[in-house]
Design a protein around this ligand. Structure first.
Ligand code: GDP
Length: 306
């Protein structure tokens, strides 16, 4: 995972093998680093952010050659990357679910509702199933809402996951209103005291304005407790611009990056949190139900700096 990004960061080792570099020499090393980050699909503003922060830190400090210097550059880099993630709030799905469901009483029951957003093909439906599996294993009841009423096969695909996971799926016919499907699922969960509702949604890209209006309507009708944006790690800069657009229209709470198992670049993982100021909460790393890893900033930083 993320080999290209790792090699971009390792190009900075030159900073650690010379002492007293001139500003021009530092610029030249940082320029090579910038190019390597562009090749890894890191967003432009994130590149600027890291390089200017590094330059400032390095120029301000005189350090000795050798291990001290290697440790110094590494520490500065770690801090520069941590800074990118520092403005994102902490979103712990399991804790949020528990906290809401703990408030239910015998007479009034309100499920925890999660809406999944993202364009077709990113792995949204598979991710809904993976989170359903995780929640089920934690002991929660889960109902799935087949809210993608546009893409051929989407309803059958989610229903098949529900069958395999022995969960209820709520659907209507293709072309029906996804907000109505989502509401049906919410009402079902209330009536049967099912703890969590996971709503899949459409993601056709050709009619982005209509798509966003459709998402807004679902949000108005079911008032989800959490909106999760799903992005395909492999689509690099496209994933970053989709994240920007969905953030503007839907103000999602958190992101999940799929196909990280096949992502050799890592630019989307580094950029989405910085660009949207929303946390990445899971990396999806394969096609099996348990291929969902909690995203941990420290592990990510250690991985790309190793
Ligand atoms: P949707 O259109 O966004 O609902 O996407 P799907 O859930 O149908 O997934 C599209 C394709 O990506 C399918 O072939 C999935 O098996 C595959 N996929 C989804 N998540 C992952 C992942 O984390 N890793 C890999 N390698 N493939 C994935």
């Amino acid at each position: 995972m993320f080999e290209k990004l790792r090699s971009a960061f390792s190009s900075l080792s030159k900073l650690a093998t010379h002492t007293g570099l001139s500003e021009k020499e530092i610029d030249s090393i940082l320029w090579d680093f910038e190019l390597a980050m562009i090749e890894s699909d890191v967003a432009q503003e994130v590149i600027q952010n890291i390089t200017s922060s590094l330059k400032r830190r390095i120029q301000d400090t005189k350090i000795r050659r050798g291990n001290d210097q290697i440790d110094f550059v590494r520490t500065q880099l770690k801090d520069a990357i941590r800074d990118l993630f520092s403005k994102t709030p902490n979103v712990d799905v399991l804790a949020l679910v528990k906290s809401k469901l703990d408030k239910n009483t015998r007479d009034s029951f309100s499920p925890f509702v999660i809406l999944f957003l993202g364009i077709n093909g990113v792995g949204k439906t598979t991710t809904v199933a993976k989170l359903a599996y995780l929640l089920k294993n934690k002991g929660y009841g889960v109902v799935l809402a087949c809210g993608d009423t546009h893409r051929a096969g989407a309803i059958e695909q989610l229903t098949e996951h529900a069958n395999r996971l022995k969960l209820k799926a709520i659907s209507q016919s293709y072309g029906s209103d996804p907000a109505a499907v989502a509401k049906d699922a919410q009402l079902y969960a209330e009536a049967h005291k099912v703890g969590v509702v996971l709503i899949d949604s459409a993601g056709r890209i050709q009619t982005s304005k209509n798509l966003m209006e459709e998402m807004e309507k679902i949000v108005r009708v079911v008032k989800p407790d959490l909106k999760i944006f799903v992005a395909d790690s492999l689509s690099g800069n496209d994933a970053i611009s989709q994240a920007r657009e969905f953030k503007n229209f839907t103000d999602f709470d958190a992101a999940i990056l799929t196909k990280a198992d096949a992502d050799t670049k890592g630019g989307a993982a580094l950029s989405i949190a910085a660009v949207t100021q929303r946390p990445i909460i899971f990396l999806a790393v394969g096609q099996d139900y348990d291929d969902l890893m909690p995203f941990n900033v420290e592990q990510f930083v250690d991985n790309i700096l190793s």
